[in-house]
Design a protein around this ligand. Structure first.
Ligand SMILES: *[C@@H]1O[C@H](CO)[C@@H](O)[C@H](O)[C@H]1NC(C)=O
Ligand SMILES: *[C@@H]1O[C@H](CO)[C@@H](O)[C@H](O)[C@H]1NC(C)=O
Ligand SMILES: *[C@@H]1O[C@H](CO)[C@@H](O)[C@H](O)[C@H]1NC(C)=O
Ligand SMILES: *[C@@H]1O[C@H](CO)[C@@H](O)[C@H](O)[C@H]1NC(C)=O
Ligand SMILES: *[C@@H]1O[C@H](CO)[C@@H](O)[C@H](O)[C@H]1NC(C)=O
Length: 954
């Protein structure tokens, strides 16, 4: 949900015009002609400074000299640095009085930030250089005056002890410290705990235990193996004076090393913690979010701020969630680093290093060593919690709309009817805030007097319903959620005990303090009451950064993180709760701001679990933190109907896989702004492959439902037919994600980590290892170029071989065609698609067996009731080799009704069509095989899937 327009007006990106007065004069004693003393030589400098890149433009007055103009900046070490000749201006002698030229500059600057920059004109004439650097006017960009790190000499190890495998170090501050932005902590305790053979935890905390530390019931800390770990895939070493630490692979490859030449070894102040690690040049770093950026983070110019904010897909901004974890892919091996800290922070990637600048808490690092991508994700999710297993119906198509005709039951029903009449797929009907009375949670507006009766008819059709619920509770006398919350005393307060008021959709509101021991009970009760008037199947929790339409007063620390991409301009309190608030037992909002949505998701999950005991829950959250995926699913918030946002959805969904939130998607056709037929068409083709696939559009906009355009209808039918056909496969991937943490929506390197061509690709993706999607992301395109990793790839539609060795290919992509390819070696379990998930699950199964170069393929199928938490299930494994397909049942406690009716073999390299089909050695009468273009179709089967069998053909 977009914030009101007046709140969404952005202040621009630190765009400030200033005049730089520059006096050109000779101070060198050399006399070369005449000199101009002109304070207006450089005019109208405008610049932006974001993500460690300074860029801008200015006007230079021409002079009768050859001139060079340079941009200089100053690091906070107090050293002026020269960024190179960004501008070179050569003018000939001429008499023109005032001729201006336009010049622009752009260049990366140091991770130490920039506190000032100035523009310098250099006068060059016959070999002599005249410089006047005394008249530069400087502009302070962020974080005040330059601060010297000369006294930031780190800590020394003063005591060491080892007990049951854990190394404990006591550190003492060297000298008096540097008090860069706050007070140095004098004594630190470091514990190095081998967790498992692949995970080591290195925690640096204040000995006095005054800094904020995350409670394990809110953000898990994993658990260390109790026994001795025999083989470790890492070694940890440290230096004593000053203290630094290194994590390496047994091969000697250094993964994390805090002794970065030229940087402070460790700064640990109460409100400013800084630590850096060495990275290889041009490192392949993924993760660090939420953000809208390329999937591979630019290693030289990334500044990732973590401070949850109601902010859509503005590139490189901090956004709704905070995930302080990165994965590095180095020579085919993956490792990851998780900083378990909820405070605001800036994380910078600059050449050769990563720097963390955190405004509170402790430094609690986990390094996990992979080395496979799936292994690394399994390790990370073993710490923060495995992703929740979603109910199967959530894999269908979701329809939503804010405003428009969706302001009454009838309006929504009309859309649903139109979708169904167009033959389109649909499973879930959403309701945005328009269903409420005056935007008050847990109420129904007058246009929705018959809503629950309608929801009942949806349920009869095996369709589902998810309404929105916001965390802002209006202060209305007699409004039950407010009154109940007051009685339970669960609302957030100022330190003096008075309620904190802000403003969101319903007007003036209060917010729950999720840390309060009664908050969960209160929230559960409200949800339970609401369910009596709206029998929803899941809940959508929005605005939980928490978003506030007004910016309250609140504490701002001395170090300014780059909140909202507006370094030095936008403080921590911008459009959210005041940092001064205190939660239950004195927990400071300053420390837990980033946990608001995460904790709300936990409470909402608990409420739904209590409502339907034993059933899986579905909670769609906008905000998230490390571990939210254990409780909740996610969408990428308020995107826009632009081609760039179409593209950005791919890296956003991929990044969330790394955060342990596999069930994620972006609003199809774009939320804000008007979409076009072509954009919506391409978006339907891509969105059909999002794990969470929902169409949504903002209020005040024209409708953009698929059925409004013929081309979009055709594309949606084609693409969602593939999705629904592959539901058994997709469901199996979700099940794997929830058990071993594997990614569902994968970058191409996931299954090809040694192929460096794949490292930067984020315009294509795979679902599991078997389906490659190459969507069109540019306007007007009728073809698309994609990369095919090694192996055989078959075209989804024809079954023919598209590629048999690694390389790029340009593919036809007319308006209604989305390119989908199947990996040789994979067996995809499929069902004949119906228009809902429920009806699809009633249909017979079939297998698509794509052969690899050896003529083999394998796959699996997982089936359960689709809703229970600890469901009985049946697990099958398929293996095809030569002329037989083996079906092996490895777990058999769920009775699979539908039978396996056919098998399609791609890459069937034989000239004669098999004439006889055998099941467990016996001829199946009625079964027959047909061959066309190396696709063998074996039909007429009826194989039960609860027992082992062997299918053969001759
Ligand atoms: C510089 O900007 C000022 C104010 O915006 C404008 O009046 C002036 O004309 C500009 N100078 C040039 C040389 O364009
Ligand atoms: C100045 O820039 C150069 C080249 O980019 C770099 O090698 C040097 O370390 C920088 N010096 C400082 C003090 O930042
Ligand atoms: C470093 O510490 C010394 C001694 O406390 C102090 O005199 C000096 O001003 C400090 N230097 C900086 C750059 O802060
Ligand atoms: C730091 O530790 C030393 C040695 O244990 C102790 O003497 C000193 O009081 C501690 N300082 C603080 C500020 O806790
Ligand atoms: C917030 O707290 C700071 C001290 O931490 C105080 O100076 C400031 O006045 C407080 N602001 C409000 C609005 O309470």
């Amino acid at each position: 949900m977009w914030v009101t327009p007046r709140m969404s007006v952005r202040t621009g990106r630190t765009k400030i015009s200033l005049l730089i007065f520059l006096v050109l004069s000779c101070f060198c004693g050399q006399s070369h002609g005449q000199y101009v003393d002109d304070p207006s030589a450089i005019q109208n400098v405008t610049y932006t400074y974001e993500n460690y890149v300074l860029s801008g433009s200015m006007m230079l007055k021409s002079f009768p000299y050859n001139m060079n103009a340079y941009i200089y900046y100053q690091t906070y070490n107090g050293v002026w640095n020269f960024t190179g000749t960004i501008i070179t201006v050569h003018w000939q002698w001429e008499n023109a009085e005032v001729t201006y030229g336009n010049w622009s500059f752009s260049g990366p600057i140091s991770p130490y930030g920039i506190s000032k920059f100035y523009v310098l004109l250099q006068l060059v004439e016959t070999g002599a250089t005249y410089i006047d650097d005394n008249h530069g006017q400087y502009y302070a960009v962020a974080n005040g005056a330059p601060r010297s790190t000369a006294n930031c000499t780190g800590y020394d190890v003063v005591q060491t002890s080892v007990s049951s495998g854990v190394t404990n170090l006591n550190l003492a501050l060297n000298g008096n410290g540097c008090a860069l932005y706050s007070s140095d902590v004098k004594n630190l305790t470091v514990s190095i705990t081998p967790y498992t053979s692949d995970i080591v935890r290195i925690k640096i905390a204040d000995t006095a235990n005054k800094q904020w530390q995350l409670p394990a019931n809110v953000v898990p800390e994993g658990s260390a193996s109790t026994g001795t770990i025999k083989t470790k895939s890492y070694t940890v070493s440290y230096t004593k004076s000053p203290f630094t630490f290194q994590v390496s692979r047994p091969s000697g490859e250094v993964l994390f090393d805090t002794s970065v030449s030229g940087l402070p070894s460790l700064i640990f102040e109460n409100e400013y913690l800084e630590i850096s690690s060495v990275l290889p040049d041009n490192a392949n770093i993924y993760g660090l979010g939420d953000m809208a950026d390329s999937f591979r983070r630019p290693p030289d110019t990334t500044l990732q701020t973590l401070w949850n904010i109601d902010q859509g897909t503005t590139r490189k901004n901090n956004a709704y969630g905070s995930h302080p974890v990165y994965y590095e892919l180095r020579n085919g091996l993956v490792h990851g680093v998780f900083l378990r800290n909820s405070n605001g922070m800036d994380i910078a990637l600059v050449p050769g290093q990563i720097t963390y600048r955190v405004i509170g808490g402790v430094l609690d690092f986990y390094v996990f060593t992979g080395p496979t991508p799936a292994g690394a994700l399994d390790q990370y999710t073993s710490i923060i919690g495995k992703p929740a297993f979603v109910p199967r119906w959530t894999l269908g198509f979701h329809q939503c709309r804010y405003g428009g005709t969706w302001v009454s039951t009838q309006g929504i029903k009309d859309t649903v009817d139109s979708l169904q009449q167009a033959g389109l797929y649909l499973d879930t009907v959403w309701a945005d805030i328009n269903y409420m009375n005056a935007y008050d949670d847990f109420t129904l507006g007058s246009g929705f007097w018959d809503w629950n009766a309608y929801v009942a008819t949806l349920h009869q059709e095996h369709l589902y319903h998810v309404p929105i619920v916001d965390p802002g509770i209006p202060i209305v006398n007699g409004y039950r959620p407010y009154q109940d919350g007051l009685s339970s005393d669960v609302f957030l307060k100022w330190p003096n005990g008075s309620l904190f008021f802000g403003q969101v959709w319903p007007g003036v509101t209060v917010w729950a303090d999720w840390f309060h021991p009664e908050a969960g009970t209160w929230w559960s009760n409200e949800i339970k009451n609401f369910h009596q008037i709206d029998s929803f199947d899941g809940l959508w929790i929005d605005m939980n950064e928490a978003s506030n339409f007004v910016t309250p007063e609140g504490y701002e620390p001395a170090y300014t993180i780059n909140n909202d991409g507006a370094w030095g301009v936008t403080g921590l309190n911008t459009r959210t709760l005041s940092t001064n608030l205190t939660h239950y037992s004195g927990v400071a909002e300053y420390n837990v701001h980033n946990l608001f949505g995460h904790y709300e998701a936990i409470h909402t999950h608990n409420a739904l679990a209590a409502l339907n005991p034993g059933k899986r829950t579905f909670v769609l959250s906008r905000s998230s933190f490390a571990g939210t995926g254990h409780y909740s699913q996610k969408w990428n918030g308020d995107n826009a109907a632009t081609w760039d946002d179409l593209y950005l959805s791919i890296p956003q969904i991929m990044s969330n896989q790394l955060f342990g939130i596999p069930m994620v998607g972006s609003d199809i056709c774009g939320f804000n702004g008007e979409t076009t037929e072509e954009l919506c068409n391409r978006w339907a083709q891509l969105g059909a492959f999002y794990p969470f696939s929902r169409h949504h559009h903002s209020t005040g906009m024209n409708d953009s439902f698929f059925f409004l355009w013929e081309s979009v209808t055709e594309s949606a039918l084609k693409a969602y037919t593939i999705r629904y056909t592959l539901l058994p496969y997709l469901y199996g991937l979700m099940q794997q994600a929830s058990t071993i943490g594997n990614a569902v929506f994968r970058p191409l390197w996931w299954d090809n980590p040694s192929d460096s061509n794949t490292y930067g690709i984020d315009t294509q993706f795979t679902l599991g290892n078997g389906i490659l999607v190459t969507p069109v992301l540019t306007e007007g395109a009728t073809s698309v170029t994609g990369y095919f990793p090694d192996g055989i790839w078959y075209d989804w539609y024809t079954g023919g071989v598209e590629s048999s060795s690694a390389g790029y290919k340009t593919l036809d992509a007319n308006l209604t065609h989305v390119n989908v390819h199947i990996k040789g070696g994979v067996i995809l379990p499929a069902q004949y698609p119906a228009k809902t998930v429920y009806n699809t699950t009633q249909n017979p199964y079939f297998l698509i067996a794509a052969l690899d170069s050896k003529g083999t393929s394998s796959g699996s199928l997982y089936v359960d009731d689709g809703v229970s938490v600890r469901s009985a299930y049946t697990q099958l494994n398929f293996g095809l080799s030569g002329s037989s397909l083996t079906i092996g049942v490895s777990k058999n406690s769920f009775n699979i009704g539908p039978k396996l009716n056919s098998v399609q073999i791609l890459g069937f390299n034989a000239t004669s069509v098999p004439s006889t089909i055998y099941l467990n050695g016996r001829t199946i009468t009625g079964a027959k095989a047909s061959l066309s273009q190396q696709v063998l179709d074996i039909t007429g089967l009826s194989i039960g899937l609860n027992s082992n069998s062997v299918l053969q053909w001759k």
